[in-house]
Ligand binder design. Sequence first.
Ligand SMILES: Cc1cc2nc3c(=O)[nH]c(=O)nc-3n(C[C@H](O)[C@H](O)[C@H](O)COP(=O)(O)OP(=O)(O)OC[C@H]3O[C@@H](n4cnc5c(N)ncnc54)[C@H](O)[C@@H]3O)c2cc1C
Length: 349
Amino acid sequence: MTEPFRVGEVKRFPLQKLTEAAGARLRTGSLAAVDAERKVVTLENGQELGYDILLLALGARPREAVAGALTFRGPQDGPALSALLEKTTAGEIHRIAFAVPTGASWPLPLYELALLTAEYMSAHGTRGVEILLATPEDHPLSLFGPAASEAVSELLASREIQVETSVTPLRFEEGVLRLAAQRPIAVDAVVALPQLEGPRLPGVPHDEHGFVPTDEYGWVVGLTDVYAAGDLSQFPLKQGGTATQQADAAASSIAADAGAAVKPEPFRPVLRGLLLTGFVPRFLRAEATGAHSVVDTEPLWWPPAKIVGRYLTPFLAAELGLAETVVGPPGSASREHNARSPSPTGGSL
Ligand SMILES: Cc1cc2nc3c(=O)[nH]c(=O)nc-3n(C[C@H](O)[C@H](O)[C@H](O)COP(=O)(O)OP(=O)(O)OC[C@H]3O[C@@H](n4cnc5c(N)ncnc54)[C@H](O)[C@@H]3O)c2cc1C
C-alpha cells in the first residue's frame, strides 16, 4: 500500500516455493463448498477432494463502505491513489478526508495513508493542502491502548492532520463527506477503507456478515475436523498478525490431535502494528484488550515486518536470506524484546 508514496519495499513470494519449503503440496483451485459429514470439499470445477482435517483460510471480501470515496483495499488501488496524489500536487485538490467506516476492523492503514500523504505533499513542496481523518474510534488507534493513541495523536498533530473521532462516515457527495448524525464536512476527495464480509461458503456456518464462528483453537463451531483462521473468522480484528496467531492455535490443536508431543495453545491475541509515517516508523504493541500498550520508534519484534507471525515472519525472512539475523527460538521473549537494530525506513515483508 506504500507503493504510491515510493517508501518501503513490498516483497512478493511465489506460493509454490513457500509450500515446498514448508514440506506441503500446493494444489490450486477455488473452493466452492464443504461437506463436513462426508469430509469432502468441492472445487468450483466440480471436482471433489477428501480430507482428514480441513483448515479454511479464505480471507474476507472488501466492499465499498463510503459511497463515492476512493475505497482503498490494497495494492490494486495504488494507481487510483497515485492519481489522487498527482491531482493534489497539481493544485486541483485542497482538502482530503481519510475515512474509517464502521465495521472496518483494521484502521491502521488509513492512518498510514494520511501520514504518508502529508509527507508526500511536504516532499513535493505542495502547500495549503488540508488533511483530515474521520473515524468512529474514541481516540486515534484506540485498539492499541492509551500510550499508542497519545503517540499517534501527537504524530498527526505534528503533521497538521485534523482528526474527527467518534464519527460515522457514510458517503462522499456534492463536495461533502456525510456523517451519521453530524454536520457534513466540506472536502474535495475522500479515501476510505472497505468494509469486510466473510465468504459464505456452502456447508460452513457463518453469521449475518459471512464470518465463521470458531472456538479459541480455531475449531469451526458445529463442524467436526474443520478449522478456520484469519479474516474469514468472527474475530473482529482483521489483521495479518492476528491471523497468524489464529493459525498457530489451530496448528497446535491439529498436531496434538495427530499425536504430536505438543500442547494445544489457545488463541490469545496480541496486536503488533508497524505504522509507516514517512520518517521514523512507530512500532505499536498491545493485548487485544488494549492493555500493556507500548509504542516505540525502535523495533519491538524482529524481523521488523508489517505482518508479524511467530513462525511466518522468520520463515519468510529465511526465504529472503535474513534468517541469520534472527536470534532466539521462534516467539521467544528475547526475540521480541531484545531485538534492537537501526531504525528501518519501513520494509513491508
Ligand atoms: C490496505 C490494507 C493494509 C493492511 N496492512 C496490514 C499490515 O500492515 N499488517 C497486517 O498484519 N495486516 C494488514 N492488513 C490486514 C491483512 O491484509 C489481512 O488481515 C490478512 O491478509 C488476512 O489474511 P487471511 O489469510 O485471513 O486472508 P487473505 O490474505 O485475504 O488470504 C485469503 C486467500 O484465500 C484465497 N481464497 C479466497 N476464497 C477462496 C476460495 N473459495 N478458494 C480458494 N482460495 C480462496 C484468496 O485468493 C487469498 O489468496 C491490511 C489490510 C488492508 C486492507
